[in-house]
Every structure is written in C-alpha cells, then in structure tokens.
Design a protein around this ligand. Structure first.
Ligand code: AMP
Length: 281
C-alpha cells in the first residue's frame, strides 16, 4: 500500500494503474476509521481493481470551529487499518495541497441543500462539494463510494456529478451499526459511557417508528420520535424530518407516491449525531 501526502506523487501512482487499464475505486473519508468506512472499501473493491482512500479532515465543511478542532484524528492507526483492509493507495494530503489558496467556489444544489443538514449547518454542503470535487479532479475515479448514513450528502454528490459531468459512478452503501443499533461514527468515540448508552435509543426509536405509520400521520410520527428522544437524558433532537428519498422534500402523508426516509440529527451532550431510517409502506 502506498501512502501519499502530495498530489504529484499520488497522480503518478494512479496514472501507472490507469495506463495498465485498471479501474480506480475511491473512498473519501475524514479518518478515525471504523467498520462503516471499511464497508465502503469493500464495495469499492468489488467494483474496481485499485482502491484509493483519502483521509482528510476538511476544514471547509465544518460550520462549528469547535467540532473541527475536536474531530478525532489518528493517522497512524488509520494507515494500519487501511493496510489490513487491502486499500492500494492512501491519500493523506497536507491542507495546502487541497487548498493552495482560499476556495471561493460556490455550489448551488437548489432545494436539496435547503433542508435538514443544509438548513442546520450553513455552508456545510458547499464545503463538502469543494473537497469532493477537488478530490475527484485529482484522483479521477471510475467509481466512488459514499455511505447512506449521510443520506443527504450522497444525494448531493450524485447531483454534483450529474451537474458537472463527472465521469464517476457513485455508489451508496448501507449504514453499518454497533450491536445496540447506534450508527457507527467517528464522533461516537467522543461520547461519555453514559451518553454512549443513551445514544443507542436514537436508532431504537427510529426503528420503533416504522410500526407507527398505520396509526399516526407523518407529522405525528415526526413528533413522536422527537418527543420520545427528548425525554432521554443527554439527547436533544435538532430535527427529524420524513422526506422523499429522491427530492429530499418533506412529505405530508404516507399515501404520497415516493420512497420515504426519516432523517435525524440529535445532540448527545455536545456531540452531534445523525442517522436515518427508510419507511416501506
Ligand atoms: P466521514 O469519515 O465521517 O466523512 O465518512 C466518510 C464516508 O463514510 C462517508 O461516505 C460516510 O457516509 C461513510 N460512513 C460513515 N459512517 C458510516 C456508517 N456507519 N455506515 C456506512 N457508511 C458510513
């Protein structure tokens, strides 16, 4: 496995594989790797011959400077994990490689970015698009894999690829969970043991809400989830919204003809966690 900090070296390595007609799969991450990330690498390996993984804590997507400062970083452990996972190339860029100057590009994803994460984290998706487009320009992957845990992000990346004609195929991978149901996240390691225990209720309440769709309206299910979680120590729901999986716009009733997903952001102490659940009616 090759580890690169600089674009030039990375590109030379990748172009050797490209001239040998090898298909390049790409998994962008912010590190502090867990099984969720490894599942994306597995999908990349099934769909490409060479797997490139980037580890970069992207400053432009953090709307909260404290979250950026405290985001877990463990580059040597990540390198070990990636070696064991069978990644071929790791890109851990210096910040000035990704942003040689201030990135002033403004992306517009329309209604997709005006709800949920986009609404509550101003500038977040612009930062995500800046870093992912920059990484796509450098790696030029045939396939890139993103997790459904960040469902809105996956939708926005698909839109970016379409709008900007990237020749990259985007694959989504299902959420990987801890045994008690909590969605794996690098931020989970910042929870105290009591917070960690209570964080498991997020998925448990979401799962229970799937059995409520016959008795309760969409709005009532949203309220039930929010109120149930807010009763639990340490948890404070920022939003819970049931939306159309494609347009991400709120739905008003269960009869609407679309696939439905409930997306949630919850503060557990000062740690912000996200999750989602698909409703099949
Ligand atoms: P991050 O390092 O948190 O920016 O995540 C990098 C990629 O891993 C993103 O595409 C995430 O959606 C994905 N990811 C993070 N956690 C999980 C999880 N629990 N299950 C599946 N994918 C995940």
């Amino acid at each position: 496995m090759q580890v690169h900090n600089k674009i030039d070296n990375l590109k030379t390595d990748i172009s050797n594989y490209k001239s040998a007609n090898k298909k390049i799969g790409f998994v962008p991450t912010m590190g502090a790797l867990h099984e969720g990330h490894l599942s994306l690498i597995k999908v990349a390996k099934e769909n490409a011959e060479i797997v490139v993984v980037s580890v970069f804590v992207n400053p432009t997507q953090f709307n909260d400077p404290n979250d950026y400062k405290k985001y877990p970083r463990n580059f040597s452990k990540d390198t070990e994990i990636l070696k064991n996972a069978g990644a071929h190339i790791v890109f851990m860029p210096f910040e000035e490689e990704i942003y040689p100057g201030k990135d002033t590009r403004q992306f517009d994803f329309g209604a997709l970015e005006r709800v949920m994460e986009g609404k509550h984290r101003p500038g977040h998706f612009n930062g995500v698009a800046q870093v992912v487009s920059r990484l796509f320009d450098i790696v030029e992957p045939d396939v890139a894999v993103f997790g459904e845990k960040d469902f809105q992000q996956l939708t926005i990346i698909r839109k970016m690829v379409k709008d900007y004609n990237y020749p990259t195929k985007i694959l989504g991978a299902p959420i990987v969970r801890e045994t008690d149901g909590l969605a794996m996240s690098s931020r989970n390691q910042r929870l105290t043991s009591e917070q960690r225990k209570n964080a498991a209720f997020i998925n448990q309440i979401l799962a229970a809400s799937k059995n409520k769709t016959h008795q309760l309206s969409v709005e009532q299910v949203e309220n039930w989830v929010t109120e149930s979680l807010n009763k639990i120590d340490h948890l404070k729901v920022e939003y819970f919204q049931i939306v159309d999986q494609e347009t991400l716009q709120p739905i008003n009733n269960w009869q609407e003809n679309c696939d439905k997903i409930g997306c949630i952001a919850v503060y557990c102490g000062e740690i912000r966690l996200i999750d989602n659940i698909k409703y099949s009616l």
